[in-house]
Design a protein around this ligand. Structure first.
Ligand SMILES: Nc1ncnc2c1ncn2[C@@H]1O[C@H](COP(=O)(O)OP(=O)(O)OP(=O)(O)O)[C@@H](O)[C@H]1O
Length: 261
């Protein structure tokens, strides 16, 4: 069974349809990339998975359980998904010590936490994302953009998600910092067995991290497949166009070179 399964999804804001007939699956412990131009509906899909965008038709399931609707079972299924947003500068409350932000993330587990147990958990999570746990009392302003993004990842992990949705998580970061965040996600996936839906408009970034890729345009999927097969022989002209716009990561090219627009 897929960790995340989107079936024939339709999303409408009022009368405006922005996503139609989208189906995709993330197998357990894998990363699926969702790539496409701005406005193609990627973020709407991410938001719909956690109940922040209106599902007009179809279904989104986590481990077989539907996340759509107001029933308690759907709310519980939505808690099994954590979303990490693009902007590490606005994602953390500037007046709240980062350790408290991470501690808040544990609420999504639905369990009660003792004070000492939570404190230990926050330290462990910060260590997991390579942020010094002794800095848990510092405000977000004391950290760099890359560190803040890692702290938002720690907060998402605090909810013990089965599925992590990363929406343009590297877009606001300098290219030199992007690869450290991507490598962290790869490492966490290995150690925690996470399933990841990784959303970006940047094909080089998606290629670096994804086992499979879905290409989106105008609210629908135009093509999908295993990363290398899809990029070696794109069947859709739009994929070829996206591919033409970025240098290909090769043996001689570093991630930084390939990701620089
Ligand atoms: N809350 C909303 N209300 C109305 N329209 C919205 C809302 N959110 C997004 N849209 C519209 O839905 C369409 C898809 O937007 P979405 O953000 O999902 O695309 P995207 O591929 O993630 O693009 P980007 O990378 O720019 O965020 C756009 O035309 C956008 O204007």
């Amino acid at each position: 069974m897929a960790a995340l399964e989107i079936e024939n999804l339709g999303i409408r804001y009022g009368t405006r349809s922005v996503v139609a007939g989208v189906s995709l699956a993330v197998a357990p412990g894998t990363t699926v990339g969702l790539v496409g131009e701005s406005g193609s509906g990627k973020s709407s899909i991410a938001n719909a998975a956690v109940g922040l965008a209106p599902v007009a038709s179809g279904d989104i399931r986590v481990g077989g359980a539907s996340t759509v609707g107001r029933r308690a079972a759907a709310r519980a299924a939505r808690r099994r998904v954590q979303l990490i947003f693009q902007d590490p500068f606005s994602a953390l409350d500037p007046r709240m010590p980062v350790g408290e932000s991470v501690a808040e993330g544990t609420l999504a587990t639905g369990r009660r936490w003792g004070r000492e147990e939570r404190r230990r958990r926050v330290r462990e999570l910060l260590e997991q994302v390579h942020v010094d746990p002794d800095r848990a009392g510092a405000l977000p302003g004391a950290f760099s953009g890359g560190q803040r993004q890692r702290i938002t990842i720690a907060r998402a992990l605090a909810g013990e998600p089965e599925v992590l949705i990363a929406d343009e998580v590297t877009s606001a970061l300098d290219v030199s910092v992007q690869s450290t965040v991507l490598n962290l996600l790869r490492e966490l996936q290995r150690t925690l067995g996470l399933s990841i839906l990784f959303i970006s408009h940047n094909l080089a970034v998606v290629r670096y991290i994804s086992d499979e890729i879905y290409v989106m345009r105008g609210g629908g999927i135009v093509e999908s497949g295993p990363t290398e097969a899809l990029l070696d022989a794109p069947a859709d002209p739009y994929t070829a166009e996206l591919l033409g716009a970025v240098p290909v990561l090769g043996e001689r090219m570093t991630f930084e070179e390939a990701a620089t627009p």
